[in-house]
Design a protein. Structure first.
Length: 358
């Protein structure tokens, strides 16, 4: 049987791009004074809490439990479990430097992970796992270890859909399955219930901070968060919506939504209903001012979108406006390095040390 020839495809993406230009950023950052900034911040946080489903999350007892302790070179790695919602459990590693003294309170860093990481295993430097060794070394993914070696207490959590939190559709010990995730699955299901994966990830990290606040060895006023790629997403949203985070490092995740997520499709976990109608990424970062924020960008990172660094610097300038208004320019740094979608770290550790203290 002869197949009919197709003369033309009638696609809809151009229409969506046009619609983006017409309806995007209704709540864009344009504060002219501090009073307007505070009013804008209150309004935007309320909107983001609603569209992500964050306001619909359910609290519960944390019920923390330590599951194992492993002594390593200069620090110990403890595996913990907390309950973030009723019946929802989050495992995480806590990395504790050996020189921590009794009754001492240390600065803390949450080391969030992105895709292809097997969750917490990469920031925690699990190069003993063959499936991760090359990934960790090539992408410099062991930033959790780098921070604990600098004296921080570090928390490396599994985000929903990753590591030990993969849903049944993505479970297994095969190498490609082990490093994969079920974030697509989760976000599609969550959206139908008025939730989003972004909201659930942010909530879980807020609950992790609730746990950190119960620890006598953690300085409550010196909590940082950092992450590469999807870990940058988690860091950006957590810091924007929870002022308990004093310092943030966002790596490989800062660009305009149209180029990077509409014209260039990325993982489903990036998508939140009505997000683009209200804000762009620079607006979310403006919520962080005047707290310390370092953004690092690879000049060859394909996720920057078709316009490359121009798509990044436009968003950086939006956030920079908030820092200028609040006279906190020194707390906002954009570091561009030669490279792709990897963690760089050249300016990261000195920046965190400066704003979280020794």
């Amino acid at each position: 049987m002869k197949t009919a020839h197709i003369d033309k495809y009638y696609t809809a993406m151009a229409s969506l791009a046009d619609r983006f230009d017409r309806v995007a950023r209704k709540l864009r950052y344009n504060a002219a004074d501090l009073k307007a900034h505070e009013a804008w911040k209150t309004s935007v946080r309320s909107k983001l809490g609603d569209i992500t489903g964050l306001t619909r999350m359910e609290t519960c007892d944390l019920q923390p439990e330590r599951l194992e302790t492993v002594q390593l070179d200069g620090y110990r790695r403890e595996k913990w479990l907390i309950q973030t919602e009723p019946g929802v459990w989050m495992p995480f590693y806590t990395l504790i430097p050996d020189d921590l003294q009794p009754d001492e309170k240390r600065r803390c860093m949450i080391a969030a992970h992105g895709h292809g990481s097997a969750g917490k295993f990469s920031p925690a430097g699990r190069t003993d796992i063959p499936a991760l060794k090359e990934k960790i070394e090539n992408d410099r993914y062991d930033y959790g270890v780098q921070f604990v070696r600098r004296g921080y207490i570090v928390f490396c959590p599994d985000a929903r859909g990753f590591g030990e939190r993969r849903e049944s559709s993505g479970q297994g010990d095969e190498e490609d399955v082990f490093i994969s995730s079920t974030c697509n699955h989760l976000n599609v299901m969550a959206i139908g219930l008025g939730l989003s994966l972004t909201g659930m990830w942010t909530w879980d990290l807020m609950r992790l901070i609730d746990y950190i606040e119960t620890r006598e060895d953690c300085a409550q006023d010196r909590i940082g968060c950092c992450g590469l790629s999807g870990g940058g997403l988690q860091t950006l949203w957590l810091t924007a919506l929870d002022e308990r985070v004093s310092c943030a490092v966002v790596s490989g995740y800062f660009y305009g939504y149209k180029d990077a997520l509409l014209n260039l499709y990325n993982c489903s976990c990036n998508y939140v209903p009505h997000l683009w109608e209200n804000v762009d990424m620079g607006d979310i970062a403006a919520l962080i001012a005047p707290r310390a924020l370092l953004i690092e960008t690879g000049d060859q990172d394909p996720l920057n979108g078709e316009r490359g660094l121009d798509n990044v610097t436009e968003q950086v300038e939006i956030a920079a406006g908030a820092y200028r208004l609040m006279e906190a320019e020194e707390r906002f740094v954009h570091h561009v390095f030669k490279g792709g979608h990897v963690w760089d770290g050249e300016k990261t550790y000195a920046f965190a040390d400066r704003w979280l203290g020794e």
